[in-house]
Design a protein around this ligand. Structure first.
Ligand code: HOZ
Length: 430
């Protein structure tokens, strides 16, 4: 596969953009590659600047749940753009999308739109601190909540991919208020939340972890998180930037039937345009300025293009049977991939829920960050390169998930299975 144009662009990009990329994971370093520069995408496929076509399992890291360039979303954005792209003033479309979100997500009585998942999570913890008058944030090792200072402690995604323990530039004074504990570890959870010496404002978690690869919570663990936070007056924040409108229309909280106090959203609710949102109990949300004293603002917040794309996306997701069909085909595919893994004789574990999955190259069950980190990342890199050579674009990191969209049909999923079998065999024969 000729990728000369991508290579040339990467060289140029490196001269003007740090690392040649605007987000570290896409640099593809941990999989021993250089990034593809994408020129277009349609449905389940992306095309690079050299004209190579790939079946895409990154899906822009989640937003493209209906596939790329969905006609309804494109039409909504075009129509909206013709009337102006930003006003820095309220628009009717904000009310429409907010109403759809309030209707859909069990915990959300009021919602504020921002521009990214990072903005949503950092605003949500400020709000939780303002509401409770307490300081400490509890998070889980390997969960990733964007790149705000408080979260860069044992974080997943690019932080795990690049093996960065924390980050220079994050003051000790800030991270001393972050406590990170093991995912799915009931003992640790109880010990931490029952510790009277900790001044805990909130617990933030991905209700299904998607940034250390796909790690599914034990139901009893999630239930205990909810009951303990409630008992201890700790604000429970679900970071549903990945799982929101993905596992079910109402997100992981609908899927598991567990309602947090606040929820962070992003990705899907902007249909591929930059967006984020945080919402939840009205008594907490009413603490935000201008009604309350907790400050948060943004010129592009509630941007009309993002609102239009979000509304079009949510309408598509309301089609009867959307989630049954999507989750059903993803689950069948995951089942077959599991079998392929077993037959290959490789140490590989496939984690899956809804339309999210990760193949970890390890013989351990992956239930938390430590077990995720036991995966052989060189093997993942080899698998990534094998698959890329056959026109399949997986996440360029062991610690991310593969996304399946409604545009992935039998042809795309069959090719994924066939090429996985071939790649696993090739790796096993080495
Ligand atoms: N943090 C994102 C994945 N969980 C990666 C974003 C990107 O590189 O675009």
């Amino acid at each position: 596969m000729n990728r000369a144009q991508s290579q040339q662009m990467f060289e140029k990009a490196c001269q003007v953009i740090p690392g040649g990329v605007n987000s570290p994971v896409r640099a593809c370093r941990s999989v021993g590659c250089e990034p593809l520069f994408i020129s277009s995408a349609q449905g389940a496929r992306v095309t690079d600047v050299d004209g190579n076509e790939y079946i895409d399992f990154v899906c822009s890291w989640g937003p493209m749940i209906g596939g790329h360039a969905h006609p309804d979303i494109v039409a909504a954005v075009e129509k909206t753009a013709a009337h102006g792209t930003s006003f820095g003033a309220p628009t009717p479309s904000e009310i429409s999308l907010a109403s759809m979100v309030v209707e859909a997500v069990p915990s959300i009585e009021k919602v504020r739109f921002v521009n990214s998942g990072t903005e949503a999570t950092m605003s949500a913890i400020r709000l939780a601190r303002g509401f409770t008058g307490k300081n400490v944030v509890v998070k889980f090792d390997g969960c990733y909540h964007g790149h705000a200072d408080s979260f860069l402690v044992k974080a997943g995604s690019g932080v795990a991919t690049l093996g960065i323990p924390g980050s220079p530039g994050v003051p000790e004074d800030i991270v001393k208020n972050t406590v990170s504990i093991a995912y799915n570890d009931m003992g640790m959870l109880e010990k931490t939340l029952l510790d009277d010496s900790l001044d805990i404002a909130c617990l933030i978690m991905e209700p299904v972890a998607g940034n250390m690869g796909c790690v599914v919570p034990e139901r009893a663990f999630l239930e205990r998180v909810r009951s303990l936070t409630r008992e201890r007056d700790i604000v429970l924040i679900f970071d549903e930037v990945i799982t929101g409108f993905r596992l079910a229309y109402g997100g992981a909280q609908e899927y598991f039937g567990i309602t947090p106090d606040l929820t962070c959203l992003g990705k899907i609710i902007g249909g591929g345009l930059p967006v984020g949102a945080y919402g939840g109990r009205a008594d907490i949300m009413d603490q935000i300025a201008p009604d309350g004293p907790v400050y948060q603002a943004g010129t592009l917040s509630g941007n009309p293009l993002a609102m239009a794309a979000g509304i079009a996306t949510l309408k598509m997701l309301q089609e009867p049977g959307f989630y049954e069909t999507l989750n059903g085909k993803a689950s069948d595919c995951a089942g077959r991939l599991k079998e392929i893994g077993v037959k290959s004789g490789l140490a590989v574990k496939l984690n899956h829920i809804g339309s999210l999955m990760t193949a970890f190259f390890t013989d351990q069950e992956v239930v938390d960050f430590d077990s995720a980190m036991s995966a052989d990342t060189d093997r993942y890199g080899e698998h990534f390169r094998n698959m890329l050579s056959q026109g399949i674009y997986l996440a360029p990191s062991q610690f991310e998930v593969a996304f399946i969209s409604s545009a992935h049909g039998p042809e795309e999923l069959k090719k994924l299975e066939k090429m996985t079998e071939w790649s696993f065999k090739k790796i096993a024969e080495k």
